[in-house]
Design a protein around this ligand. Structure first.
Ligand code: COA
Length: 226
């Protein structure tokens, strides 16, 4: 499929390092937004105020209060980064380890890349949905476009590729999950006609404290009569 100055094609082994990097960088770049979201919560602010004043009251030392505050603040940043980091580490050692075997040798699975001027600059995958009630659904995952190539409709084209794949397989819907940090992704999926379904916390000790959720979206594939 060719669109403008880029094309979408199936993954090849020579794309291996590029797609792993695209996925990892695209996911980790959301740390800042998720961290700011955490800082906007009243409970996190109260916690940080306590982290400053409790040592100050106990020791009477402004320096130790500042040091404690900075240490906890930094730990909170790295903790938020680990919310994404743990997700990336798991994916890189799971489905993104032997991509050919995981995605291109199994029914219902697929992996596409966007190529522009001979360079791989975007990716997306499809898998059979494992969510309850999603037996006849395809799941869209690992969507990422290189920063240098964003805003040119590549993600929309990748979305359409997954929707077409699901339709051709006779699926009734495409399902996906995204986090609070992926703000542009929310706009993208809404723009493509996905509807938000529900949200749930990531399995991580910090997730509830900083309100780190996955938001699930569904696109109902229109039937021929619609
Ligand atoms: C999300 C992402 C894939 C979008 O890629 P892209 O190729 O730039 O997106 P497109 O050009 O196809 O734009 C699709 C829609 O996204 C939204 N969008 C794109 N850039 C936006 C921006 N800077 N601000 C707000 N919305 C934006 C718009 O709704 C746009 O549709 P429109 O142009 O018709 O209004 C890309 O930003 C990315 O890789 N981010 C990091 C990884 C990530 O978040 N992946 C999603 C995981 S769920």
């Amino acid at each position: 499929m060719t669109t403008c100055d880029y094309s979408i094609r199936l993954y090849k082994d020579s794309d291996y390092h590029t797609v792993r990097k695209l996925f990892a960088e695209g996911t980790l770049e959301h740390t800042r937004v998720a961290f700011e979201h955490g800082l906007s919560l009243t409970r996190v602010r109260l916690f940080l105020v306590a982290v400053f004043f409790v040592p100050f009251i106990i020791t009477g030392s402004l320096i130790s209060a500042i040091i404690t505050f900075l240490l906890i603040f930094t730990a909170l940043w790295f903790g938020t980064r680990d919310l994404y980091g743990s997700y990336v580490r798991h994916a890189l050692s799971d489905d993104m380890l032997d991509i050919q075997k995981y995605y291109l040798q199994r029914d219902g699975y697929c992996f596409w890349v966007v190529e522009s001027a001979g360079e791989v600059v975007g990716m997306v995958v499809a898998i059979p949905s494992s969510h309850p009630g999603g037996e006849n659904h395809t799941e869209l995952r690992r969507m990422a476009v290189a920063k240098s190539h964003r805003g040119r409709g590549m993600a929309k084209a990748l979305c359409r590729t997954v929707i077409d794949f699901a339709r051709e397989r006779g699926c009734s819907a495409v399902f996906l999950g995204t986090t609070v940090g992926h703000q542009v992704a929310h706009s993208l999926y809404q723009r493509m006609g996905f509807k938000e379904q529900h949200s749930e916390f990531l399995q991580h000790p910090l997730a509830k404290f900083v309100d780190f959720k996955f938001f699930f979206y569904k696109y109902d594939i229109p039937t021929a009569k619609q």
